[in-house]
Design a protein around this ligand. Structure first.
Ligand SMILES: NC(=O)C1=CN([C@@H]2O[C@H](COP(=O)(O)OP(=O)(O)OC[C@H]3O[C@@H](n4cnc5c(N)ncnc54)[C@H](O)[C@@H]3O)[C@@H](O)[C@H]2O)C=CC1
Ligand SMILES: O=C(O)[C@@H]1CCC=N1
Length: 286
């Protein structure tokens, strides 16, 4: 996804987290989506945000786009912040935390959304006892339709966990899990949008194959996926029961399902999540 396809509208309502400054260290694709959501959903006003990136050109572009202070100076951004989001690549997280050590005090909150990196590794890099929360959001955060799993490190207070939850509530649902599940969450809901875009793309391609115009096929595929997901979430019914309601005896759906089973769609998706989870376990080591 191009980072610059994001759009930004000035917030009008009061900020939901008044008096708190948040720094996003590593404002790439995921960090950019979060930054935009924080502004758009009035969690924070522009002056409550500091952001950093690797290159000055990108800093200027982001700063102009969002009217927030964006630099390449992690330490300066961390000094100004009460909550410090870590959005660099997993392998970079310990070095960035060590870099901002002089800015860290026990009352600050480190909130990492990097895959793979354990709260204990972040605590160790910080060198002091401070709150560390690990989060795994996903890109539908851009439409406040994401889901973020959160887990706490050793020194997190209930108030800090509440702030972390409020921050990620602006981009969708939140769920608190034990840290041992975070790599599995990464393989399922962190990577999951990519898997589902492939499913949508394939369904649209199939529609074209049976004669539909591509724009109609894409709309049918995407809305069908969206509506089906809502049915699972909002009815609370088991997906198998909802599938059965579509499958008329001796009708066409059951023929399609036969093809899916022969093609191993279930097993392929299970293997995809398992592989992504396995890789998530390794990422922090490079
Ligand atoms: N893209 C996604 O769907 C998700 C990504 N994540 C996590 O978010 C993190 C970033 O991933 P993406 O946004 O996809 O990658 P990205 O490459 O778009 O973002 C990384 C950003 O870090 C910046 N950066 C690099 N070195 C830096 C430094 N020393 N100081 C400050 N900024 C620096 C880069 O300029 C870039 O903007 C990763 O840890 C990833 O595991 C988590 C959930 C979902
Ligand atoms: O692919 C990745 O490593 C990141 C983590 C989850 C989604 N994107």
């Amino acid at each position: 996804m191009q980072e610059d396809i994001l759009t930004y509208e000035l917030p009008t309502a009061p900020a939901a987290l008044p008096g708190i400054t948040v720094a996003v260290l590593g404002t790439g694709k995921m960090g950019g989506i979060l930054l935009q959501a924080f502004l758009k959903n009035n969690l924070l006003h522009p002056e409550q945000i500091r952001a950093t990136v690797a290159h000055p050109d990108r800093a200027h572009a982001l700063s102009a786009q969002y009217s927030v202070e964006v630099t390449t100076d992690n330490l300066e951004a961390a000094r100004a912040a009460d909550v410090i989001l870590l959005g660099v690549k997993p392998i970079q997280v310990p070095a960035v935390v060590e870099q901002i050590r002089p800015a860290l005090t026990p009352d600050k909150l480190l909130l990492s959304f990097a895959a793979s990196v354990k709260t204990s590794a972040i605590e160790q890099a910080a060198g002091i006892d401070l709150g560390v929360v690990r989060a795994m959001p996903n890109t539908p955060a851009m439409l406040a339709a994401g889901i973020t799993a959160l887990c706490s490190g050793r020194f997190v207070t209930p108030q800090q966990m509440d702030i972390a939850q409020r921050i990620f509530s602006t981009v969708g649902r939140t769920v608190i899990v034990d840290e041992k599940h975070m790599d599995a969450v990464t393989g399922l809901s962190g990577s999951g949008p990519a898997f589902l875009y492939i499913v949508i793309e394939a369904l649209a391609e199939a529609g074209v194959n049976v004669g539909l115009p591509r724009d109609v096929a894409t709309q049918l595929a995407a809305q069908t996926t969206y509506g089906s997901a809502r049915m699972v979430l909002e009815t609370g019914y088991h997906p198998a029961l909802l599938k059965d309601a579509v499958t008329t005896p001796a009708g066409c759906t059951v023929d399609g399902i036969l093809e899916l089973e022969e093609g191993g769609l279930r097993v392929t998706l299970i293997k995809a999540v398992k592989r992504a989870t396995q890789r998530a376990r390794e990422l922090a080591a490079g």
